[in-house]
Design a protein around this ligand. Structure first.
Ligand SMILES: Nc1nc2c(c(=O)[nH]1)N[C@H]1C(S)=C(S)[C@@H](COP(=O)(O)O)O[C@H]1N2
Ligand SMILES: [Mo]
Length: 414
C-alpha cells in the first residue's frame, strides 16, 4: 500500500511505480488529516473510482490509471500547474485495445475519398515536406470531469485531468487535402487511426469534421508535440489536432483522411459523442451531423481549475495565501478569472498570466488573506472574450460531457 506521501512524491516525479496501488478518493470537501498533501482524485464523490491506481506506462510519468485495456490514464492535478503539459505527464485516452506500435519508416497516410479529386499515399517524410505550422492548444476529452457528475453517469470516471496543453507542430490539414484537391460537394473529412477493436463487435474509431473546420488554418496533421516526435501513447507518428474542439476529433496514429459528400454515419459520429441540442452555449456547429434532438459535441466550453492549493490544504489565518490555476476555452480567449470566498455572492478578479495563445491554458493567480479560522470554500470561474462564463450548476447530459461547473476547493484555515 502506497501512502499519500508516496503518491505526492510520485506526482512530483520523485518516485516511479511499476505496479499500482489503490488511490483513495477522499470524499468531496473532506478534511484530510495531513492536508499539505494534494489529492490525486480531487473533488470526486467518495467511492466513485475506488479502483484507480497510479501506474507508469512506458515513456510516461505515473498517471492515474482508470482502465488498462483500453488504456485510460489521467494526469494528476499536480501536472496541470503550467501552461504547457510535458509529454511524459500528458493524459492518455483510447477507445480500442488493439494499439499497434507504428513504425515511422513504413507508416503511410492515405488521402482521398469520393469527395476528393484523387487518391494519394504519402509517408512521414512527404508530410514533413509540407510547410510546418505550430499551435499551442488544449487537448481535452469531452468526458473530462465525468466522475464529478451527480447523479453519477456511466463511462470512464475522469477527474479533472483528462486534458493537457501542448505545442503541436505539423502540416496544415488543408495543405494535406490540397495534395488531392477537394470537390465542391465535399461535406466532411473522415479520419481513421491505426488502432482497432479487439472484438469485432466494437466499432472502429473513425471520426469526421465538417470541411470548414478541417480546412481552418490551425487544424493540423501534427507529428511533433512540445518539440519532440509524438509519444506513442499520444498518436505517433501523426495525429489530427483540431484546436478549440474536444479531443474526440484529434485522431491518433492517423492512417487515412478521406473527404465525403454525405454525412459520415459511423458509430463514433452517429451515436457517441453527442449532446442534447440547445443545452450548451456552443458557437461552432456541425450542421451536417445535427438531428432535431442532438448534435455532435464540438468546441471546448469555457473552464478553469484551481491547481494550488489542493482541496483540503491547510492555510494560515491572516497570511497571504497564493491561489493559482489555469483557464481555457474553445479558442475565443480568456477574458477573466474570478474568485469567490462567499459561495458565489461576490467575485473578485484574479491576475491573468502569460498568454501562449487563444487555444492554450491561461495561467492565473490570486492572493487571498483568510480572515477566520475554520473551513474556507474558494471558488474560481472563468469567462471568455465572447461573454461565456462557467456554470454554477451542472448541465445534465447522458454521456457526461462538458462539465464546466465552477470548481470549489475547501481549505482549512488555522
Ligand atoms: N486512434 C485514436 N485516436 C483517438 C482516440 C482513440 O481511441 N483512437 N480517442 C480520442 C479521444 S476520445 C481523446 S479524448 C483523445 C485523447 O488524446 P491523448 O490520448 O493524446 O491524450 O484522443 C482521441 N484520438
Ligand atoms: Mo475523449
Amino acid at each position: 500500500m502506497i501512502t499519500r506521501r508516496g503518491l505526492l512524491e510520485a506526482a512530483g516525479g520523485a518516485l516511479a511505480f511499476g505496479g499500482g496501488a489503490a488511490l483513495t478518493a477522499p470524499a468531496r470537501g473532506a478534511e484530510s488529516t495531513n492536508s499539505s498533501l494534494p489529492s490525486l482524485s480531487p473533488l470526486l464523490p467518495a467511492g466513485t473510482r475506488a479502483e484507480a491506481v497510479l501506474d507508469t506506462l512506458p515513456g510516461k510519468k505515473p498517471l492515474i490509471k482508470l482502465t488498462y485495456r483500453p488504456p485510460n490514464y489521467e494526469s494528476p492535478l499536480a501536472y496541470l500547474r503550467t501552461a504547457i503539459t510535458p509529454n511524459g505527464e500528458f493524459f492518455v485516452r483510447y477507445h480500442l485495445a488493439d494499439i499497434p506500435e507504428v513504425d515511422a519508416g513504413t507508416w503511410k497516410l492515405n488521402i482521398g475519398g469520393e469527395g476528393a479529386n484523387g487518391n494519394l499515399q504519402i509517408g512521414l517524410d512527404d508530410l514533413k515536406k509540407l510547410p510546418a505550422f505550430e499551435v499551442v492548444a488544449v487537448c481535452q476529452c469531452a468526458g473530462n470531469r465525468r466522475g464529478l457528475f451527480e447523479p453519477h453517469v456511466p463511462g470512464v470516471q475522469w477527474g479533472p485531468g483528462a486534458m493537457g496543453c501542448a505545442r503541436w507542430k505539423g502540416a496544415r490539414l488543408k495543405d494535406v487535402l490540397d495534395l488531392v484537391g477537394l470537390k465542391k460537394e465535399a461535406l466532411e473529412v473522415v479520419f481513421d487511426g491505426a488502432d482497432g477493436p479487439v472484438l469485432d463487435k466494437t466499432p472502429d474509431f473513425v471520426k469526421s469534421l465538417p470541411v470548414w473546420k478541417a480546412i481552418e488554418e490551425t487544424t493540423l496533421v501534427a507529428y511533433e508535440m512540445n518539440g519532440e516526435p509524438l509519444p506513442h501513447w499520444n498518436g505517433f507518428p501523426a495525429r489530427i489536432v483540431a484546436p478549440g474542439w474536444t479531443a474526440t476529433y484529434w485522431v491518433k496514429h492517423v492512417i487515412s483522411i478521406t473527404a465525403v459528400t454525405r454525412p459520415f454515419d459511423g458509430f463514433w459520429m452517429k451515436t457517441a459523442y453527442r449532446i442534447p441540442v440547445g443545452k450548451f452555449p456552443l458557437v461552432a456547429r456541425f450542421i451536417s451531423q445535427e438531428t432535431a434532438a442532438n448534435t455532435p459535441i464540438t468546441e471546448i466550453v469555457v473552464n478553469s481549475l484551481i491547481t494550488n492549493p489542493a482541496d483540503g490544504a491547510r492555510v494560515k489565518a491572516g497570511r497571504k495565501t497564493a491561489i493559482s490555476g489555469i483557464a481555457w476555452d474553445g479558442g475565443y480567449g480568456i477574458r477573466s478569472v474570478e474568485i469567490s470566498a462567499d459561495n458565489g455572492k461576490s467575485w473578485t478578479e484574479a491576475s491573468l498570466g502569460e498568454d501562449p495563445g487563444k487555444f492554450a491554458f491561461r495561467p492565473w493567480s490570486y492572493e487571498y488573506i483568510p480572515k477566520w479560522r475554520g473551513k474556507l470554500l474558494l471558488a474560481a470561474r472563468a469567462a471568455n472574450k465572447i461573454g461565456q462564463i462557467q456554470t454554477q450548476e451542472l448541465i445534465p447530459n447522458p454521456p457526461g460531457y462538458n462539465n464546466n461547473v465552477a470548481q470549489t476547493v475547501a481549505l482549512h484555515v488555522t
